[in-house]
Design a protein around this ligand. Structure first.
Ligand code: F0G
Length: 466
């Protein structure tokens, strides 16, 4: 027997990039963080970023751009009308998402506002696979009512269904029968589903939704914010799809819809920007008219020329298989560590984040004492790690009754920015979560002391209960 060490026979993947510029982050003391948390009203949105060590609040606009994107910024054509960067963005969108028309907006919710205003009439219903905060609000402000038609497994953090973002076809059919196709301006298909834990929709489900809605003449508009991540899950999990490239699957998926809203701050790898895209010329007419009222001219929609160039280039980078494997691989790495240590998280691990199950971690805190809000605060106090509540605070109030929505999922989201943090940052994160989990007994709940009218989770303030 040789006593030479055994060399493991395996091949790991690594990020398909190397670091060229670094940005210092600050480490703080517990005492400093306690003062900062009090100042922020126990809401991680109200912390100053300078007081944060590892920032997993969101993957929105927090990614690192490539050298090619930064170089593209210098090629910004800042003409008010007809900037060449707009045409580059349009080309990139059509090449990778396949839609005919592009209406640029300052970010995703700008596109949601315009789509809602263009298509929804008061009294309409918009079925969708789970609500998203800004999407539902714009539907409601336009006079519509959102109806959740996601599969029931999406509400169960422990269900291992590979496509927990799917639409429940029976539920969708029932809504169409109940309210009538003429009162459904479109079906809103999120891919992936953020509030369910970044869970994907299968190609098979999108196809079935297309067939069902086409029979009744109802269009399908997608929230394509993380559709590249969705396409990667299809490649990895859906039978018969493994041989295709992510870019190919993305086009196939989009072809089952009539258009999309997009927050460029996620998949497309930029810090700001968004768009609305569609195939229907009449909808394009209406949307490019509305965009000049709310966003800017229809060839910039609130973005600078340089922003549009960075996004055009980012789109091309975002659909590369190596990129998306490393991006989701990092999220899975963090999730696997936490599962190994027995921390309750939403399973399977989603595309952009690991979601902690606050209901399981703090079973002694009633939902209206905001367990997930408290868990996010405790993570910050422990290590300077910033996460986001995705539970009752995010769900807001029922527009009709004024009572809290009580979502089944009471979660804290550890959201991984794209191309920003290293594996060591993931280790530090996992260790902090484990430390807070170990101290879970006896942690008190919170009471809300300030509640804004719209999207309250951004600016609400809290105090701990004794
Ligand atoms: N749709 C989804 C699925 C989103 O996740 C977001 C934003 C939007 C639409 C709105 O886009 O922010 O560009 O106006 N999500 C961020 C998050 C804020 O942290 O999940 P936006």
């Amino acid at each position: 027997m040789s006593d030479l060490p055994v060399v493991p026979r395996r091949r790991s993947w690594a990020e398909p990039w190397k670091v060229k510029v670094v940005e210092p982050v600050r480490m703080t003391t517990r005492e400093h963080r306690e003062a900062a948390m009090r100042e922020a009203g126990w809401n991680t949105f109200l912390l100053r970023s300078e007081d944060v060590y590892i920032d997993l609040l969101t993957d929105s606009g927090t990614g690192a751009m490539s050298d090619s994107q930064w170089a593209g910024m210098m090629l910004g054509d800042e003409a008010y009308a007809g900037s060449r960067n707009f045409y580059n963005l349009w080309e990139a969108m059509t090449a990778h998402y396949g839609f005919k028309y592009l209406v640029p907006t300052h970010q995703g919710r700008g596109a949601e506002n315009i789509l809602s205003k263009a298509l929804i009439k008061p009294g309409d219903f918009v079925p969708g696979n789970m609500y998203f905060t800004t999407t539902r609000l714009h539907q409601e402000l336009a006079g519509g009512t959102f109806v959740d038609v996601i599969v029931p497994e999406a509400h169960d953090p422990r269900s291992e269904l590979p496509f927990k973002g799917n639409i429940d076809l029976g539920a969708l059919e029932a809504v169409i029968e109940r309210v009538g196709a003429e009162r459904i301006p479109y079906v809103c298909l999120h891919a992936t589903v953020n509030m369910a834990g970044g869970q994907p929709v299968s190609l098979e489900n999108a196809r079935a939704v297309r067939e069902l809605t086409a029979r009744c003449g109802i269009p399908v508009y997608m929230d394509a914010t993380r559709a590249v991540e969705n396409a990667y899950f299809i490649q990895q999990r859906e039978p018969g799809q493994g041989h295709k490239r992510v870019a190919e699957i993305l086009l196939e998926f989009c072809a089952l819809t009539d258009g999309c809203t997009m927050s460029g701050k996620k998949d497309p790898l930029v810090n700001i920007g968004g768009w609305l895209a569609m195939n229907d010329e009449k909808v394009y007419e209406e949307a490019s008219n509305l965009v000049v009222v709310y966003e800017g001219l229809h060839t910039y929609g609130g973005m600078a020329g340089r922003d549009m160039e960075a996004m055009a280039r980012g789109i091309g980078e975002s659909v590369q298989d190596d990129h998306i494997r490393a991006r989701i691989g990092q999220v899975e790495y963090l999730g696997a560590k936490l599962m190994e240590w027995g921390v309750p998280i939403v399973r399977p691990v989603g595309g952009h984040a690991v979601y902690l199950d606050a209901r399981a971690i703090y079973p002694h805190i009633p939902q209206d004492q905001f367990p997930a809000q408290m868990l996010a605060a405790q993570l910050y106090l422990d290590s300077g790690l910033r996460a986001m509540e995705r539970g009752i605070v995010s769900a807001g109030r029922d527009a009709a009754t004024g009572d809290h929505h009580y979502p089944k999922l009471e979660l804290v989201r550890l959201t991984i920015p794209r191309r920003v943090y290293t594996q060591a940052h993931m280790d530090v994160t996992a260790e902090s979560v484990a430390a807070v989990y170990a101290e879970r007994d006896g942690t008190p709940g919170l009471r809300m002391v300030h509640e804004p009218k719209y999207l309250r989770f951004f600016q609400a303030r809290f105090e701990p209960l004794d």
